[in-house]
Design a protein around this ligand. Structure first.
Ligand code: ATP
Ligand code: MG
Length: 332
């Protein structure tokens, strides 16, 4: 069973914005993508995570009709991404990992050119987005830094208010303040019913905007999860120091509490969100000197939950997995 069905993560509505069914892409004998099925509903942001070489860009290229599947299908609003790619292009704003820009054209000339191709005038909207992203549209593309090229690609993708945004690591190279602006642009897009597929190496980058996340490894979709379910399951580290000594037995009855330890006047344990209220009431019934409660990083818990560091499927020895840091594999 695929993670998509086994985790009950299927979109429930009849009309899905994106539907990948058994999507497979082989380059020679290598399967860059192997039997991936996934649906993304209207108004949903899907965070697509995976280490280098996992198949993120391949999935995205199949979805925007730039690659022909070896098997299976990719569809946007019921249109086949390969066979009906012209119609699909009208619905999709695409930010490639390496934006292809014309060196000699300015931002404004790119905007005019894209408007011309789409037979619509999106210059006003482009100018607004550029101001928010702090991007100068008068400069030729060849003079733009990597981050500013990325911003121009975002402007070109969102200016026509497409139904679907497909973003291949759009915020790599963009500084954190601008990332926040980018996230608010994304939220406005989904508030209007738009959807997005957003690829990244790191959960931290998509967790602020994604409704669901999927992890791809060695061409296979190995996990799909709603972010809110993940957050509800995440453990909190709780530590309380009391004026008087306590016994572990007083707190052992709280359902879900684990790793309970008492050292003289100090209690420490791990607790799921659902246990926090009961635990806090027991703690506050005594005189407290010090109290700490911190959430374990979502990334750590997500990876350990799925044992993702133990999954096979890497094609290259260089692509080793690092789960202790913040990346799903090395981000370099
Ligand atoms: N045109 C191609 N010809 C041959 N192999 C390819 C081609 N494009 C991708 N691959 C292979 O397919 C696999 C998946 O690559 P893909 O670019 O989709 O990974 P990715 O998840 O986007 O990685 P990254 O995080 O580095 O961008 C890799 O093993 C890659 O070498
Ligand atoms: Mg890629």
């Amino acid at each position: 069973m695929s993670p998509e069905t086994s985790m009950g993560a299927q979109s429930t509505d009849g009309e899905s914005m994106v539907r990948l069914a058994g999507l497979t892409k082989r380059f020679g004998r290598n399967a860059a993508l192997d039997d991936v099925s996934l649906t993304i509903g209207p108004g949903e942001v899907f965070g697509y995570l995976g280490p280098n070489g996992a198949g993120k860009t391949t999935t995205i290229r199949l979805l925007v009709g730039m690659l022909r599947p070896s098997a299976g299908t990719a569809a946007v609003l019921g249109l086949d991404a390969w066979r009906q790619s012209r119609d699909v292009h009208r619905l999709v704003g695409y930010v490639p990992g390496e934006p292809a820009l014309y060196d000699r054209l300015t931002g404004n000339q790119h905007v005019a050119y894209c408007s011309h191709l789409r037979h619509r005038d999106d210059r006003k909207r482009a100018a607004e987005v550029a101001v928010r992203l702090d991007l100068d549209l008068d400069r030729p593309a060849r003079t733009l830094s990597r981050g500013n090229r990325q911003k121009l690609a975002v402007v070109l993708a969102v200016m026509s208010r497409p139904r679907l945004l497909v973003l291949d690591e759009p915020t790599s190279g963009i500084d954190p303040l601008v990332q926040q602006v980018f996230h608010s642009i994304l939220r406005e897009h989904t508030a209007d019913g738009g959807s997005a597929l957003f690829s990244s190496h790191v959960l931290g980058e998509v967790e602020r905007v994604a409704d669901r996340i999927g992890v791809v490894r060695g061409g296979k979709l190995v996990a799909v999860e709603r972010l809110q379910d993940l957050a509800a399951r995440s453990l909190h580290r709780v530590r309380a120091r009391f004026t008087d000594g306590v016994s572990a037995a007083e707190f052992a009855g709280v359902p879900g509490v684990r790793d309970l330890q008492v050292d003289g006047r100090t209690l420490s344990c791990n607790a799921p969100q659902a246990a926090l209220d009961a635990l806090l009431k027991l703690v506050s019934a005594r005189e407290v000197e010090d109290f700490e409660c911190s959430e374990a990083p979502l990334e750590e818990m997500f990876l350990s939950y799925y044992g993702i560091d133990q999954q096979p499927g890497h094609t290259s020895a260089a692509e080793t997995e690092s789960v202790s840091g913040t990346a799903v594999g090395h981000a370099g």
